[in-house]
Design a protein around this ligand. Sequence first.
Ligand SMILES: [Zn+2]
Length: 156
Amino acid sequence: MTERAYKVYAIDNGTVIDHIPTPLALRVVKILGLGNEGILTIGMGFMSKRLPHGKDIVKIENKVLSTEETDMIALIAPEATINIIHGGKVIEKRQISLPDGIRGVMRCPNPNCATNILGAPRVFGLESRDGPLYRCRYCERTTRVEPDLLITSAGL
Ligand SMILES: [Zn+2]
């Protein structure tokens, strides 16, 4: 993180999601369903050595995301890093990894699937970390995680 980004966006307590490739910050916020929670700071387009096209940073004040929540970020931005802040200091640097299961936030690409026709709950299990591929619990179809398939609480 650059000195400037750190100063402008410093928080005392909460969760910082760093190294999100620009411009995916809003998508990360949406998949986490954070729209209506606490103070959210979104910085976009910071210079990054690791990410040549720039990085976005999302800071969520006074809320520590669970591992289950931060792992959802891996569906969109596997490069992202998570810092948990307490008392102005980083108390945890968390690695993210693909979730074993996805509930609710992804749509099955099979138009005849019960989840699309009958409103059955959308549940996928991790099939392969390459891709990555997830398998629909209902119709067994395997799919890559595509942005078009992700459903967010904001409906975008
Ligand atoms: Zn399905």
